[in-house]
Design a protein around this ligand. Structure first.
Ligand SMILES: [Zn+2]
Ligand SMILES: [Zn+2]
Ligand SMILES: [Zn+2]
Ligand SMILES: [Zn+2]
Ligand SMILES: [Zn+2]
Ligand SMILES: [Zn+2]
Ligand SMILES: [Zn+2]
Length: 287
C-alpha cells in the first residue's frame, strides 16, 4: 500500500511519511468547506453534494437595506416587502421604486408635496416652481396671456441688477448667436396632436423642421438664467426660468432645499405682479 501526496506525484510507504512530505513542501491539497457546517471535503464536488443533500448552501441574496440574506429572490422580496427594506422605498405609501430618480419624482409629486405654488394671476395650483414658471413662460395663463418667456426675462433682469440668477448679456435682443453652438433636437414629444409646438413660447409649426429652426433661432438659444450657486461654482446656464427652477428643485447642485425654491419663486412672481417688488441685492436673497 502506498500513500499519495495530495499535490505532486510522489508516493510514500506510510501515512506519517506522506504527512511529513506534505507538511515540509506545503503539499496538502485544498480543502473544500461546507458553507454552513464545519465539515470539510477533498473536492468541490463532494462539498456541493453535501450542501445539496442537507440544504447547507449559504444564503446569497441580500436585503437592499439590512444585512439579512436569503436563499431565493422571492424570500428576499418577501422580507423587503414586510419590513419596507427596499432600497428606493416610500415609507408613507409603502411603495417601492425602480431607482432613486423615480422615488425622488414620487416624493416631489402632488401626493407628498401638495400644491405649493399658485399662479399669482389665475391662481392655478402647481406642485413645483418650475411648473408655475413653465405656465407663465409659455403664455398659458389665461389672465396674463401677454406674459411669455421674453417678457419675464425682461422683468427679472430689471430686479436682478447684480446678476445673481441672470446672465450678463448686454443686448438681450441681439441677433448674433455666435457663442452658442449646440442645437436642440425636436423630438416627437413636441407634436401636440395637431401641430409641432415650441416648448418655450407655445408657437405652433406645421413641420418638425420649421419648429427646429425656430427653437434654434438666436432668441431661443439665449441662456438668460444662471444657477445662483456661486460658492460651488455650478455656473450652469438655462434658456428658461422653468429650466433654472427645475435645476434647483432637482437638488443636483445642492444649492437650495426644495422648500426654499418655492419661496424664491414666490418673491419673483410677487415682483412680476408689482407686489412687494424687491430687488435681488445679494446672495442672501437665496438663503
Ligand atoms: Zn508532494
Ligand atoms: Zn454542512
Ligand atoms: Zn432587510
Ligand atoms: Zn409616497
Ligand atoms: Zn396663471
Ligand atoms: Zn418658441
Ligand atoms: Zn446649480
Amino acid at each position: 500500500m502506498s500513500f499519495e501526496c495530495e499535490t505532486c506525484v510522489r508516493r510514500f510507504h506510510s501515512y506519517v511519511a506522506v504527512c511529513q512530505h506534505m507538511d515540509a513542501l506545503d503539499h496538502w491539497g485544498p480543502i473544500y468547506e461546507c458553507e454552513t457546517c464545519s465539515r470539510e471535503f477533498g473536492s468541490q464536488h463532494a462539498a456541493n453534494q453535501h450542501m445539496n443533500a442537507v440544504g447547507h448552501w449559504a444564503p446569497k441574496i441580500e436585503c437592499d437595506t439590512c444585512t439579512a440574506k436569503f436563499h431565493t429572490q422571492d424570500a428576499a422580496d418577501e422580507h423587503m416587502d414586510a419590513l419596507g427594506h427596499w432600497k428606493h422605498y416610500c415609507e408613507q405609501c409603502e411603495r417601492k421604486f425602480q431607482n432613486a430618480n423615480n422615488l425622488r419624482a414620487h416624493l416631489n409629486s402632488k401626493i407628498h408635496r401638495g400644491t405649493q405654488v399658485h399662479c399669482p394671476f389665475c391662481s392655478a395650483a402647481f406642485v413645483t416652481a418650475s411648473g408655475l414658471s413653465h405656465h407663465l413662460e409659455t403664455g398659458s395663463c389665461r389672465i396674463a396671456p401677454t406674459l411669455n418667456r421674453n417678457r419675464i426675462a425682461q422683468l427679472i433682469r430689471q430686479f436682478d441688477p447684480h446678476h445673481y440668477i441672470t446672465t450678463k448679456q448686454i443686448e438681450y435682443h441681439s441677433s448674433s448667436a455666435t457663442s452658442t453652438t449646440y442645437e436642440y433636437e425636436v423630438t416627437n414629444a413636441a407634436y401636440n396632436g395637431a401641430a409641432w409646438e415650441c416648448y418655450i413660447c407655445h408657437r405652433e409649426f406645421r413641420s418638425s423642421a420649421a419648429l427646429r429652426q425656430h427653437v434654434n433661432s438666436p432668441t431661443h438659444q439665449q441662456r438668460i438664467y444662471r444657477c445662483p450657486n456661486g460658492t460651488a461654482r455650478c455656473g450652469r446656464e438655462f434658456v428658461s426660468l422653468a429650466a433654472l427652477f427645475n435645476h434647483l428643485e432637482s437638488e443636483s447642485c445642492g444649492f437650495m432645499r426644495f422648500e426654499k425654491v418655492v419661496k424664491v419663486q414666490r418673491s419673483l412672481t410677487d415682483a412680476m405682479t408689482g407686489n412687494g417688488r424687491r430687488l435681488i441685492q445679494s446672495e442672501a436673497f437665496f438663503n
